[in-house]
Design a protein around this ligand. Structure first.
Ligand SMILES: [Zn+2]
Ligand SMILES: [Zn+2]
Ligand SMILES: [Zn+2]
Ligand SMILES: [Zn+2]
Length: 370
């Protein structure tokens, strides 16, 4: 396949090669068809050796580390690439220095952090929020991570009931933590996983109050009924399978303010199924979670760290291009709104230029308000 790479593009023997993923096609129309469904963009994970675009970080990982890696890329990557964030460094010493900050220790267990009583909710105000006058910081929507532990209800114990909830801010402070009084009788405490017992839930906070506290934190003074389109001061809700958590809490939160590590394309399997948070934490942060009882604080911290890594990605949105790239989340259907005649005339590079992502990249959260 790669032998044709050097041949002139216009030669009649040459194939039509995708500028992003390097796939080759005998006919131009096949390349166009490929481009229409590939959603290549500057936001896709890329190999820093050959610049090939990949569908997900998982496919980039396969490209770099196997089981059947690209030989040249993998040999360079194995010398000075970070197997957590998949970035490439100039030297081995730069890589070693980077690993110090990239590979994180597991968060301390919830029981050991400074919470006076786990039964009374913790609400630490965010001093940065109140005293920060840096305009650039103000623009960026702030995120809150949410995680729930579920116990079982119903005759077979398969109905998920939220029994414990934790909210953590961007600096890993607990914004809210509470046990939750079950709405219906608990038939399975799932003790091996949750570590929860009847006694902990008996006098816990009623669900309605929990909902109010969470909404208060998330909306952060914005009106629940008339939330501004840009979210205003409302928080981005970060979590793993947020919908399920919200379902169990019997709550809603606007989709465009949710950042879900189970639904974010770059973090999904190549077949677009979700990874577990345990897997993502191990692969992208370098430590184990959920080894004993599940700790919603530990899950919150992990999900927040993954979100912040994804948000910090540098996708080189320079100058004028930023405005069009910001359309990504809102104009997904505009992808390839051109006639076939127009498309036939375009070069592979031009086809790539008009291609847009089919998801809203989290790097955009760091560049502007929603
Ligand atoms: Zn392609
Ligand atoms: Zn991006
Ligand atoms: Zn490569
Ligand atoms: Zn790294």
């Amino acid at each position: 396949m790669e032998t044709q790479e050097a041949s002139p593009a216009k030669s009649h023997t040459s194939r039509h090669k995708c500028s992003a993923c390097y796939k080759q096609f005998k006919k131009k129309e096949h390349l166009i068809a490929h481009m229409k469904v590939s959603y290549h963009s500057v936001h896709q994970p890329k190999c820093e050796v050959c610049y090939k675009h990949c569908k997900s970080l998982e496919s980039l990982r396969e490209h770099l580390t196997g089981p059947l890696p690209k030989a040249n890329c993998s040999s360079i990557f194995s010398e000075r690439g970070c197997d957590l964030c998949l970035k490439l460094f100039d030297s081995q010493s730069a890589l070693i220095e980077h690993r110090e900050i990239c590979c994180l220790p597991a968060p301390r267990p919830f029981e050991t952090i400074s919470v006076s009583s786990t039964d009374s909710p913790v609400h630490t105000s965010d001093p940065i929020d109140e005293y920060n006058h840096d305009d650039r910081q103000q623009e960026r929507p702030k995120a809150i991570a949410l995680d729930c532990e579920m116990v079982g209800g119903g005759s077979d114990g398969s109905l998920d009931l939220c029994a414990r909830v934790c909210l953590v801010d961007e600096d890993e402070n607990v914004t809210f933590h509470s046990y939750v009084q079950p709405q219906i009788p608990v038939t399975d405490y799932r003790y091996e996983v949750t570590g929860l017992t009847e006694g902990q839930l008996k006098d816990a906070m009623p669900l309605k109050e929990v909902q109010e506290r969470i909404l208060e934190i998330l909306y952060n003074g914005e009106s629940v009924g008339k939330l501004r389109l840009d979210g205003g001061k409302a928080r981005l809700l970060v979590g793993h399978d947020i919908e399920h958590g919200l379902d169990c809490l019997r709550m809603n939160y606007p989709d465009h303010l949710q950042r879900d590590t189970a639904r974010y394309c770059p973090l999904m399997k190549t077949n677009l199924a979700s990874h577990s948070l345990k897997y993502l934490t191990k692969k992208y942060l370098g430590y184990d979670i959920q080894c004993g009882f599940h700790d919603p604080y530990e899950d919150c911290v992990s999900v927040m760290r993954i979100y912040k890594r994804m948000r910090a990605q540098d996708h080189q949105l320079e100058g004028a291009k930023v405005s069009t790239l910001l359309d990504d989340g809102h104009n997904l259907l505009r992808n390839f709104e051109f006639s076939n005649k127009e498309l036939e005339k375009m070069s592979p590079d031009e086809l790539y230029e008009i291609s847009r992502s089919n998801y809203r990249c989290w790097c955009l959260d760091s560049k502007c308000a929603l």
